[in-house]
Structure formats: C-alpha cells, structure tokens
Design a protein around this ligand. Structure first.
Ligand SMILES: Nc1ncnc2c1ncn2[C@@H]1O[C@H](COP(=O)(O)OP(=O)(O)OP(=O)(O)O)[C@@H](O)[C@H]1O
Length: 408
C-alpha cells in the first residue's frame, strides 16, 4: 500500500491542495490515487456533517444518539473516524489527525490506523513532524501551492527571535483595581447534561500570577469549565463559583467578567474576517473591540509599537491580518489577548494545527508573559507542549459519576 505524509508549514495552501485532490486535479506524484475513492478526515468534513445534522434534524454519524454539535471536539473526531472507516474507501486523507485528541486516544488512533493501513491507503497532512505515522512510506511537503517529494521524514528546527530575550513585555497602562488574590474559585461544582454527569465536585482555585495547564481526556469537561468562567453557560448559576471576588450570578454582567479576561481559542480567528492591519488588531486588544472604532491614544500607540518589536512584526505592521499565515495569525491573536495585561489569560488549545516553528514561538511567548507579568494563565492543551512551563496542572479524570479534578 502507498502511504504518504505531506508536511505543511504556515505558508502551505492546504485548502487548495485538498480541493484540487477532491476535484480530481491530483498532483503527478500522487497519480496512484487518481481513480480511487477517497474520504477526508478533517474539521471541514465535521463542519459539513454538523450542518447536515442541523438542517435535517437527524443524527448521521453518532452511535450513541448524541448530536455531533454537542460532542466534545475529541468525541467528534472519534465518531468521524469510525464513520469514514465503515465506508471502506480506497484511501483517507488525514488532516492533522492528532489535533484535539488526548494522549490515550492518540495512541489508540495510531493502532487503528496501523491495522487499517493493510487495506486502506492514508495521506497524512502533518503540521507537526513528530506526528509522522510509523507505516508511512512516501514523504512530501507542500511549499505554498506545490507538492515536493522528499527522501525521508523531516525533523523540526526551531529558532526563537532575539527580540524575545532582549525586549520585555510592555506595560498596558490599564489598572484592574480591587481584585482579590483569589481570582477564580470553584467549590464542589457538579454539572450534568440530563442523565449524563460531566463534573463531580470540582474544587479549584486560581490565584494572581498562577500558570496552570488544564488537562484531561477528550470529553472530560475542560471546555465546560472554561464556559463557566468566560462564557455564559447557564449551568454555572446556582453553583458555588466565585470570579474575581463576586459569586457567579450575583448581579455582575458577563461583560464585567469578560473585560478582566484575555481569551484566545483558534476558532475566534473567524470573527476577524474584515480588513484589519496587524497593528490595529493589537490596538483593538487594548479596547476589547473587534475593529478599531476609537482613535488610539499616543500612549496606546507606543505600547503597540513595543509589542510589534517584541513579536518581530514591525516591518509588516500594516499587513492585513487575513493575509497572514496561520502561525502568524495565532501569534497576533495570542498577543492581542495579552496586550492589556488582564488579570486572567485563557488560551484554549492555541497550538492546534500549528507547525512546529510557530508552536514553539507561541509557547516561548506564553512562558515569557508568565515570567514577566502578574497575569494568571490557564493553558488548555492535549499535547505535552514541548517547552511550556506551567507551574501546576489541573487534571480532569472522567468517571461514570462525572469527572473529578486533581492537581499535578
Ligand atoms: N449540550 C450538551 N448536551 C449533551 N452533552 C454535552 C453538551 N455539551 C457538552 N456535553 C458533553 O459534556 C462532556 C464534556 O464536554 P467538554 O467539551 O467540556 O469536554 P472537553 O474536555 O473540553 O473535551 P475535548 O478535549 O474533546 O474538547 C462531553 O462528553 C460532551 O459530549
């Protein structure tokens, strides 16, 4: 069987490659797949299926009768994989298959793929070189729009710009006053969806300046916890949750809470589809706006100038955000969540889908921010992110009676 890994970097036109492939414009090196039936294991396929489930009010791929939309991201991937394997195609394109998966399912997925590699071909699109599947026998990479065949697997070489060591994190000029030391406190928090128990008696405190990694297997409740802090998950009301000194549901507005939090999850990038320059994107982080509605003060402009230097982006500060590579977009969005030095910074799987170099850069930025500021950080990631230096990990372990939390 022919199995390919195709490495992507942040300038690779992945969407174009997939589209061409699906429409029969197969690169010459991959003619083997031309007359064969293929399927795509990707978040694009998931989005389509979620849309169809919604439109027709049916459950297409779930074996447990739960709609795809309400499944956790890992559960969605498992369901999709089983659905596609059952269709018995000649080949499956695996678009960064390990993103969003917990470590035990990553191992599980590797075994499933090895077993099926005897009768199905796989084309693995990989942003992380360490993800290369063991049975791969052909190697390539997409440089912008072109496929290049290479001899053997690539390994990552990472360079962090000098500005990360020479420039300190700029002040924000914003004072968050009257904040207690204890920013977040969950006391005996238990959550269910109908019969399904999600969280069981969670006790967790986040203090000023803490650096937490929030971990746990797929579906263990990480997003549920975040939605009770940052979102307006109605399940949070009636629970013993204190945010920035006030009990959740005691009259504070969602906005009051949100302005004390810098938040970034990759899905947010879609909100910024307009034409905003990098510089304006960063300034908008100081004003909590999507676009730039208020003329920035001279002080704000100075702060952002420093940030641009730190990020090594001064030369391209007027470039439109949506023209940037995925890696640079993520870096800008992460910095945007940091610029006001909020009391709390939440990064929800920020490195999913990034190539090795950009992920290392983002991790270095987060470590630097943790060291030089008083902001408390919650970093959610399935990967043991190389080089990330959280001080503590809050780990969710699932049980029939709901996930319990432990500190590691
Ligand atoms: N509206 C809902 N109805 C039913 N079940 C739900 C709903 N929302 C979430 N769940 C379930 O709650 C559980 C926890 O989901 P959550 O998204 O918090 O997990 P997670 O730890 O973030 O997972 P992942 O790492 O896969 O993203 C999952 O089993 C999910 O299916």
């Amino acid at each position: 069987m022919n199995h390919w890994v195709i490495y992507l970097d942040n300038n690779s036109n992945k969407k174009g490659f997939i589209k061409d492939f699906q429409q029969g414009r197969t690169p010459i090196e991959l003619q083997y797949f031309k007359q064969k039936t293929g399927r795509l294991f990707s978040h694009f396929t998931l989005e389509k299926l979620i849309d169809e489930e919604d439109k027709h009010d049916i459950k297409i791929i779930s074996s447990v009768g739960q709609s795809l939309k309400t499944m956790s991201s890992g559960e969605q991937k498992r369901a999709l994989l089983h659905y596609l394997l059952n269709e018995r195609p000649d080949y499956i394109i695996l678009d960064n298959p390990f993103d969003n998966l917990d470590i035990s399912f990553q191992e599980n997925l590797k075994t499933i793929l090895v077993n099926h590699s005897k009768h199905i071909s796989f084309i693995q699109l990989a942003s992380r070189k360490e993800d290369t599947l063991s049975f791969i026998n052909h190697f390539g990479s997409i440089i912008e729009n072109n496929l290049q065949v290479i001899e053997s697997p690539l390994s990552a070489e990472i360079q962090i710009p000098e500005s990360f060591t020479t420039i300190t994190v700029p002040q924000s000029g914003i004072d968050f006053i009257n904040l207690p030391n204890m920013l977040i406190n969950f006391k005996d928090v238990s959550i269910s969806y109908g019969e399904k128990k999600i969280l069981n008696s969670i006790n967790w405190t986040v203090n000023k300046g803490d650096f937490w990694q929030l971990s746990g297997t797929n579906g263990s409740g990480k997003s549920t916890i975040l939605s009770m802090i940052f979102g307006d998950n109605p399940k949070a009301y009636g629970q013993n949750i204190h945010l920035f000194g006030s009990k959740k549901g005691s009259g504070e507005s969602v906005w009051d809470i949100k302005k004390k939090i810098g938040y970034y999850a990759p899905s947010m990038t879609d909100k910024f589809s307009g034409r905003h320059s990098i510089e304006n994107m960063l300034i908008s982080g100081l004003n909590d706006s999507v676009g730039l509605y208020v003329k920035p003060t001279a002080f704000q402009q100075r702060i952002i100038k420093q940030w641009l230097k730190l990020l090594d982006l001064s030369d391209i500060k007027n470039t439109f955000f949506n023209a940037l590579s995925t890696g640079k977009q993520r870096l800008v969005m992460t910095a945007r969540a940091m610029v006001k030095q909020p009391p709390l910074l939440i990064l929800d799987e920020p490195t999913a889908g990034m190539d090795d170099d950009s992920a290392a850069l983002l991790v270095a930025l987060v470590n630097k921010f943790a060291e030089e500021t008083d902001t408390a950080i919650i970093f959610v990631s399935h990967r043991k992110e190389k080089g990330l230096k959280p001080k503590q990990t809050f780990y969710l372990t699932p049980h029939e009676t709901g996930s319990t939390g432990s500190i590691k």
